[in-house]
Design a protein around this ligand. Structure first.
Ligand code: ADE
Length: 280
């Protein structure tokens, strides 16, 4: 008799400590719930205390293990201070999910240097600093896995040029770190969510949400937005031993939208100058 057991067994992450940044809300909260439900000792970290406390309580009252720390991932000193505290409370970490991020919709021409830097520093620099610190202070000693949450930026990101550039940077960094850290048994992957119906989208202006959601779901082969849990499942796979031979990869979880989608309305215009060498 052949016995096959799913890798997503309920004790999959027993005795594993996994740090999830931005774990208080949205996709990060779903990831924290998913990992805790599989036995992980989940640590959630973010800048804001209140959502962390709320999610920690939810997980603990469901019988899960959860701790929380506040940190600004743009600041290397603050990250090191958080690791000091975390590693005195917990022996080590075995996984890191770089989910914390932030951006704001704006036509490119209206983004000033401050706004540009803020988005690059949170999404690109913050992810790098957290990865580097987790590697140096834990993962290189005991092996482990990093998963970055990026975005659907394969055709650029009209309307949010800063986050498109930052997330594309993270997808590239994923490949570099995967190669550099393979010698220590550290895997690095990313998940690229499509349009997710969850907390993240509610942060935007209602008029923007309405037009964006309508346009996006019409053009998604699955004809619906994704769920936060669908992202959490992909993260679980990449963190788990089922993905032991997967590194440097960015997994799209987007209902096929990156293959068939228009996200930017261009009104009819006559501004495209033409070159024709045969014209007089
Ligand atoms: N979530 C959004 N921005 C963040 C930051 N700078 N640090 C930690 N969590 C965040």
């Amino acid at each position: 008799m052949t016995i096959y057991r799913s890798i997503f067994r309920t004790d999959l992450f027993q005795n594993q400590t996994i740090l999830v940044t931005g774990g208080g809300t949205g996709i990060g909260r779903a990831i924290a719930h998913e990992l805790a439900s599989l036995g992980a000792n989940v640590i959630i970290a973010s800048r804001k205390t209140e959502p962390l406390e709320q999610t920690m309580k939810e997980i603990q009252s469901a019988g899960g293990k959860c701790a929380m720390y506040t940190v600004n991932i743009r600041n290397e000193e603050a990250i090191n201070a958080m690791f000091d505290e975390m590693l005195s409370d917990h022996e080590t970490i075995h996984g890191l999910v770089n989910n914390a991020g932030g951006q704001f919709p704006s036509p490119a021409e209206n983004i000033n240097q401050k706004g540009w830097h803020a988005v690059i520093e949170t999404n690109l620099t913050g992810t790098f600093l957290m990865s580097k610190t987790a590697y140096n202070r834990a993962l290189r000693q005991n092996k482990g896995s990093i998963v970055n949450i990026v975005a659907e930026m394969w055709n650029g990101f009209p309307g949010m040029v800063h986050t498109g550039a930052a997330r594309a940077g993270v997808a590239n960094m994923t490949k570099t770190l995967a190669v550099e850290w393979a010698k220590d048994g550290v895997r690095v992957n990313s998940v690229a969510p499509g349009v997710i119906h969850g907390h993240g989208i509610t942060q935007y202006d209602p008029a923007f949400i309405k037009s964006y959601v309508k346009m996006a779901s019409a053009d998604i082969p699955a004809k619906r937005l994704g769920t936060e849990s669908e992202i959490a499942s992909a993260v679980t796979y990449l963190l788990s031993p089922a993905a032991a031979y997967v590194t440097g990869e960015t997994l799209k979880v987007d209902g096929g939208s990156s293959l068939w989608r228009k996200t930017w309305q261009i009104d009819d215009h006559t501004n495209s100058d033409k070159f024709d060498g045969f014209e007089p």
